[in-house]
Design a protein around this ligand. Sequence first.
Ligand code: SF4
Length: 314
Amino acid sequence: MDTSENESSHYYSYSHYLKQTFGGKTYKVVVSSGLTCPTRDGTISKEACAFCDLRGSSSYFGKKGRGADIGEQIRKRLPAIRERFGAEHFLAYFQSYTNTYSEVSYLREIYEAALAEPGVAGLCVGTRPDCLPDEVIDLLEELGQRAYISLELGVQSFDDKTLEWLTRGHDAQCSLNALERLKKRAPHVHTCVHLMFGNPTEPAAVARDAALLLNGTGVRGVKLHQLMVLEHTELARRWKEEGAFRVANLDDYGQLVVEFLEHLSPEIYVERLCATATHKEECIAPEWSRDRWTPHNRLRELLSAKNVRQGSRL
Ligand code: SF4
């Protein structure tokens, strides 16, 4: 890792990675693919993953169903984002739901439509590990040879008990297989793994073990979030009908982040340390997820107090 200009001395920050990759201010523009998930359409279940709300884990979700005009969505949102954030480069972010859950011809159509928009330097594609057949990986690699392609892979946990509790519909081996195939077939694709900590089911060493597993997979980045109990989810139903379960307080979550960073290869960027509930009135627990800055500041204090260095315990 080249640490010059890295905004955090504790870990390889996403902003530093973007600067190294694009050389200027880069912003993700959320677009809707119109696709769904196997955990929503009845293929695995109709109930969605236990933590996921109607928005499909996104701050924005556009028109439902296929046929959404990708170019139009980008053209509508880009000028305001350019003005507000002074961004020079844009990444079309297929965030909500499972954006590889379709036949390859439709995926090619929507990805190409996004890449054809002036100012769009690449794609970020959010998906699940069980929706990555070889032909989809090959399409991503083909595009990755001429544009920036990031695959945001919702792994969530490498602990099978936790995956079951989250009703993800896949196990840890499925994620490891997907990561192995991506490494082999798609060297130009920048894979960023999403992980969730603070589940009542997870073992004490969950963060350390996840970092050690990731180090060998060739992933470029990781994005962390805490377990949140949001309204209109299966977790909310359990919380209300079966009683509250253990969620991480901020200090316990911070300790997991410390252990994770200290065991993570310094070559892997860290996009986020924790999440903020987009609709805070819909966040049942933990309470600290409703606020953006207190958790971020507290985590930074903790990293400084412990003088944390990414990869220091490898
Ligand atoms: S977490 Fe992801 S895969 Fe699960 S229901 Fe939500 S959007 Fe779909």
